[in-house]
Design a protein around this ligand. Sequence first.
Ligand code: IMP
Length: 427
Amino acid sequence: MRTLVIVGSQWGDEGKGKVTDYLAQEADVVVRSQGGNNAGHTILFDGNKFALRSIPSGIFNPNIKNIMANGMVIDPKQMLEELHGLEARGIKKYQLFVSNRAHIVLPYHSALDGAYEQFKEDKKIGTTKRGIGPTYADKANRIGIRMGEFIQPELFKEQLKTVLKIKNMELQMLGLEPFDFDAIYTEYSKYAEEIKPFVCDTAELLEEEILKNSKVLFEGAQGVMLCLDHGTYPYVTSSSPTGASVPLNSGIAPRYIQDVLGICKAYTTRVGEGPFPTELDGELAHYIRERGHEYGTVTQRPRRVGYLDCVALNYARRISGINHLALMLFDVLSGLDTIKICYAYELDGKIIHTIPATTYDYSRVKPLYIEMPGWKEDITSVTSFDELPIQAQNYIRKVEELTKIKVSLFSVGPDRKQTIVLEELFK
Ligand code: IMP
């Protein structure tokens, strides 16, 4: 296997950063192809904790080429802060390539993100307010600014002048202050200058690498259920975090994508609004949230917590072509008497095995569960499947049975060493 796509198979925050970091040890190239700094990938190794937002997870290894591809939306200021933060912590030797076709996030995008949310009142999406939606909207509206223009002062000036006129009207219509052209131009030109050496045609580079037989890891952000097309619309992000989106968002042929590793937690979490059939509250939610440190990496919001939802997982498998599964945060479930897994929904008296298209229907489904015995043992130091308590082994087998996907690895703690591989994927 020379190319491997990693996708979140739930609503994001499944632990993709950890798996990417683990597999990146084998990779020659790591690619981020969609989203922006709405993502937050936490990586822990040798006692150091790093929270990445838009920079690919291969950045810690100087031999890996890290690509920020055309499908991303990049906030130049935040990207540089992230890079400087890494450099200050000793990550000074790295290879980074930024697509000349990626779109940039400017301050008016974040302002608009907040304003749209405010006006939606009880229909808020609960966005990260990083300007992601408005930037993708400008891209679709053909008034976005791409890296290739951004790094050429005259082109940036010309494009910003035109676009800012429109955006300022939009801001004022929403009761917000307009932005000053000179202020943005002066500040952002400095960022452009600094980012310029990283900018290139990353699609060309990527194909060269694939043809050279390099190992390429595509690092997903968010999760399938947050996909703009197939997720729980409108409570989704503004890009597609599926395996299918990878070729388009990185500029390569679909035939180069063969394997998709879906990352899922041993339970389910969601940040932001929208239906969540297996959501828990009370003591059990608190238990899982605290043990799993379920607070947003980007916004610090407490995450909503629920039982594992195999209807959602099966949906993600179908939409995203997932053929391997990584079960994360498995240790969090230790200590429970019994654990439930959702295997189907009931809607209007019918049993269904898929995600209804409308929020109206999805918010009315009733999850149907199987209940399994839990285990009391601490499993954070197990190093093999056989060392797991039998109840934990049965839990993994049940997930495989319900999703028809093989669990290729599971994780019992945040450290690199706490990853137990059942099937080598990327050797
Ligand atoms: P946006 O991507 O900031 O527009 O937010 C849209 C929805 O996606 C909100 O519910 C966010 O909480 C959610 N979201 C965006 N990025 C992530 C992520 O990396 N993990 C989990 N949820 C996310």
